[in-house]
Design a protein around this ligand. Structure first.
Ligand code: GLN
Length: 240
């Protein structure tokens, strides 16, 4: 592997950390170590500088107030914007996803986002709460996606991003598509945590960080993640 130590930044646990989103860090660390890659997880609070030298950046979900504060601090800091420009993988969940766009709505008004992804978010007619599933973009090779969503915002994609998935259950961006990606930046409404429920997405992010083809990563035992996925998809079809 080109990389001996993978430095993963988990951003702003003091502001953005709902529904076990920190689990994404644990999943990445586990799957990297299983491939013989050392991992240095770095939890960076919102009163700290964001390291410029990490190999991957994770941003979780959060309520409107903390989301607005996080966006302002990340804009001030600038390191995540530069990391995106440098092609570093970024995974952003829900509030983290919205704040990567041009603007988002919180506390009854619009806020500027980091403008890393060509999208903007406003408010929907009701909160989207519950299971979400979808057929992911075939180019990503990650199969059907599964997660849990809880958000009031709706997201409108511009030309420079692709939807992460076509929605088969739940709402996602707007009831038709879910999440977005461009280059090595992925945003999604999936909590759950997303990578525990979508291990192929975890491996895709790892492969981008390490600079290898995802197919060249040695397999890991996915008995439990596969059981979890089956159970979640079955629960959805039973409810329909
Ligand atoms: N505050 C945002 C919304 O309600 C994001 C919520 C979340 O991260 N779960 O749309």
């Amino acid at each position: 592997m080109a990389l001996s130590t993978l430095r993963i930044v988990w951003l702003y646990p003091d502001l953005l950390s709902t529904y076990g989103d920190r689990g994404n860090l644990l999943v990445l660390a586990h799957r990297a170590r299983a491939r013989g890659i050392d991992v240095e997880p770095m939890q960076v609070r919102s009163d700290q500088r964001v390291p410029a030298t990490a190999d991957m950046y994770l941003i979780g979900g959060g309520e409107d107030g903390p989301q607005a504060v996080a966006a302002e601090r990340l804009l001030d800091d600038g390191a995540v914007i530069r990391a995106a420009e440098a092609g570093k993988p970024i995974l952003a969940i829900c509030a983290g996803y919205q704040l990567l766009g041009e603007s988002f709505y919180a506390n009854g008004r619009a806020y500027a986002g980091l403008n890393i992804l060509d999208l903007r978010s406003d408010r929907g007619p009701s909160r989207a709460v519950g299971e979400i599933a979808g057929e992911s973009a075939p180019q990503l090779g990650i199969g059907p996606i599964t997660g849990f969503e809880n958000h009031g915002g709706r997201t409108h994609l511009g030309q420079a991003v692709q939807p992460l998935a076509r929605v088969t259950a739940g709402v996602g961006n707007d009831g038709a598509t879910e999440g977005a990606w461009a280059g090595h930046v992925v945003g999604t409404y999936m909590h759950g945590p997303a990578l525990a429920r979508n291990p192929k997405l975890a491996d895709l992010l790892l492969s981008w960080a390490v600079g290898v083809d995802p197919a060249s990563l040695p397999p890991v035992d996915d008995t439990w993640p596969e059981r979890l996925r089956r159970e979640r998809f079955e629960a959805l079809s039973a409810a329909q």
